[in-house]
Ligand binder design. Structure first.
Ligand code: NDP
Length: 284
């Protein structure tokens, strides 16, 4: 079997066009969606992510505000800047680029963002809403996975989904979204015994581990759908996922590549959440 490659870049472009249309509509009602991104310190990767987010906002007709703070900024200063943004009517989404310097308490910072503007979907209130199936901002990467599958015409209901990875931003919420859509979900992590016994049962296998080529063909059932969330560099410095693409794509029915798979969906869903927040602000 040769897997169909799920083209995340193409699906992200389609979604972005839809978002841009909605932005136009909102603007005609006098509301321009606005995203504030806070960047603390000078982490090179963080700066690249932030620049991409700003660029995408502009492409879609949204406002984006970058707030840069020095590495040594105090936690209080950061919290009071967030508080200002919480009350700024022009700002519908607030994103604090992680990781933060060690002297700042990340949990406290995330919890200081108004749940109504938490477009990353990391606030415990929004996580609780997600778990209970309420209207909320869904975390962008897991949300992006669900949209990829939906756009590919893959139904999740009744499928056995195995998620390898249980981080708060990817693995855990991904499993929850699958559960919300009536899948049977198994989580695996670094303490899981006999990983392959679990992964080989997956109708849909989600790899969110952060280790290049971690999932090989012998982890995968013939005909499985394989979603590779990993963004890693291999020994040659080339971008790669967690899945050994060449061998797994011969066994899977569908597979997401890296790059151009899940990656482009993450930023797209951030834009979607910012748009949603702006639209909902009209009725608040
Ligand atoms: P974390 O490092 O926070 O989590 C990794 C998870 O993998 C942990 O739950 C860990 O288990 C598990 N794990 C580690 N080693 C093993 C092992 N040997 N066997 C089974 N499980 C293992 O990473 P993230 O969730 O933040 O990210 C995962 C990957 O996704 C990274 O490559 C990251 O760059 C990428 N990523 C991609 C995004 C995108 O837009 N496409 C967005 C965010 C992340 P334990 O909990 O026991 O430690």
């Amino acid at each position: 079997m040769t897997a169909v490659i799920i083209n995340g870049k193409e699906i992200a472009e389609k979604k972005k066009q839809e978002i841009a249309e909605e932005v136009k509509r909102l603007k005609s009602q006098g509301v321009t969606p606005g995203l504030a991104v806070i960047l603390v310190g000078n982490n090179h990767a963080s700066r690249t992510y932030v620049t991409n987010k700003q660029k995408t906002c502009q492409e879609l007709g949204m406002n984006s505000v970058l707030i840069e703070m020095p590495e040594e900024v105090s936690e209080d200063e950061l919290l009071s800047r967030i508080e200002e943004l919480n009350h700024d009517p022009q700002i519908h989404g607030i994103l604090v680029q992680l990781p933060l310097p060690a002297h700042i308490n990340e949990t406290k910072v995330i919890e200081s963002i108004s749940p109504n503007k938490d477009v990353d979907g990391f606030h415990p209130i929004n996580i609780g809403r997600m778990m209970t199936g309420q209207n909320t901002f869904l975390p962008c990467t897991p949300y992006g996975i669900m949209v990829l599958l939906e756009e590919t015409g893959i139904s999740v209901e009744g499928k056995h989904v195995v998620v390898v990875g249980r981080s708060n931003i990817v693995g855990k919420p991904a499993g929850q979204l699958f559960l919300n859509q009536h899948a049977t979900v198994t989580y695996c992590h670094s303490r899981t015994k006999d990983l392959k016994v679990h992964t080989k049962q997956a109708d849909i296998l989600v790899a969110a581990v952060g280790i290049p080529n971690f999932i090989t063909a012998d982890h995968v059932k013939e005909g499985a759908i394989v979603i590779d969330v990993g963004i890693n560099r291999n020994e040659a410095g080339k971008l790669c996922g967690d899945v050994a693409f060449d061998e797994v794509s011969k066994k899977a029915s569908y597979i997401t590549p890296v790059p151009k798979g899940v990656g482009p969906m993450t930023i797209t869903m951030l834009m979607y959440n910012t748009l949603k927040s702006a639209a909902e602000s009209i009725n608040r």
